[in-house]
Design a protein around this ligand. Structure first.
Ligand SMILES: Nc1ncnc2c1ncn2[C@@H]1O[C@H](COP(=O)(O)OP(=O)(O)OP(=O)(O)O)[C@@H](O)[C@H]1O
Ligand SMILES: [Mg+2]
Length: 291
């Protein structure tokens, strides 16, 4: 005997199933709508926070720029007065006074350097740095740097060597900014190399880039500090660091400058053996990027 169809029962079950799935769908829809509203609210909040962050960064840059600019006048005044004293304009100084004035002079020079670094960083952050690219020869850049550092190398145990940049093409970039990066690298290398050598070189890479390197045989940097050396105000804790002054801005500034020149900085270092800091730049700076 075959089962007779039970149309009424089937239709009722179908209706019930439909109703329940409709209910489910509408619950799902309202859940989705709620989630959507949540996402929209989160986006709005993110927008507000991004705007606040942008304004905070802008204020910080402006504050840095004003502050460092305002500091220049009094610092220059101190330097001029110190020069009057060291030039004996108002009569000779005793040996002790000479020593003390010398101390004021070197501290003020450091302070002035720090102000300049802060001002440069603030300008870069505010996107107000002018890049003036031009063609130049690397030999000229190296010989200018050599001249600049000749009077600075006072430690006879450390030699500063510039490898002749052979067979390198002319490069189209901002040579003052490149020189600023290399000066930062070289002065660090000299500072952290009590004895040995600091070697400056340039290599042509395959993809129309040039790498400038400053390699030293100094104290080196332990691996755990590698990630932080390019950060603002970062200094590695070491006995030598404690004796030497600095603000920890040099490398962060170099990194920013390299980016402006379409390149990048890098570092290799082994604790106790030495460090190599490099900047890689395109031979020809393309679109001028001011932030
Ligand atoms: N060639 C190097 N050898 C060993 N340590 C280095 C070398 N270059 C940099 N460092 C470490 O990285 C830190 C950051 O360098 P950076 O140039 O930014 O600051 P600084 O030299 O201390 O101060 P500033 O350059 O602002 O006067 C240094 O304090 C030092 O600890
Ligand atoms: Mg430095």
């Amino acid at each position: 005997m075959s089962h007779a169809p039970e149309p009424d029962l089937d239709a009722a079950a179908l209706r019930a199933a439909l109703a329940s799935s409709q209910l489910e769908a509408s619950e799902l829809r309202s859940e989705l709508e709620e989630t959507n509203r949540g996402v929209v609210a989160l986006y709005a909040e993110l927008d507000i926070q991004a705007e606040q962050l942008r304004r905070a960064t802008e204020l910080k840059s402006r504050f840095l720029a004003y502050m460092s600019y305002e500091f220049r006048t009094p610092v220059n005044a101190i330097r001029s007065i110190t020069r009057l004293l060291t030039d004996h304009v108002d009569g000779p100084l005793t040996a002790e006074q000479e020593r003390q004035v010398g101390f004021i002079e070197s501290t003020t020079a450091e302070f002035a350097e720090m102000i300049d670094d802060l001002l440069d960083l603030a300008k870069i952050e505010a996107g107000r740095v002018e890049i003036s690219p031009a063609w130049f020869e690397m030999v000229d850049l190296f010989s200018a740097l050599h001249g600049m550092f000749r009077p600075v190398v006072v430690n006879p145990a450390t030699s500063l060597i510039f490898e002749e940049p052979r067979e390198l093409p002319r490069i189209f970039s901002d040579n003052r900014k490149l020189s600023q990066i290399l000066r930062n690298f070289i002065s660090n290398a000299l500072k952290f190399t009590p004895q040995g050598e600091v070697r400056v070189s340039a290599t042509l890479l395959a993809d129309d880039h040039v790498r400038f390197s400053v390699a030293d045989t100094g104290i080196g940097i332990a691996a755990e500090h590698h990630a932080a050396v390019f950060d603002d105000f970062s200094q590695v804790d070491s006995p030598l660091q404690k004796r030497l002054r600095g603000t920890g801005l040099g490398l962060s500034l170099s990194q920013q400058l390299a980016k402006l020149l379409g390149g990048q900085v890098s570092m290799q270092s082994e604790f106790g053996k030495g460090s190599t800091f490099s900047v890689t730049l395109p031979i020809r700076l393309g679109r001028v990027n001011t932030n």
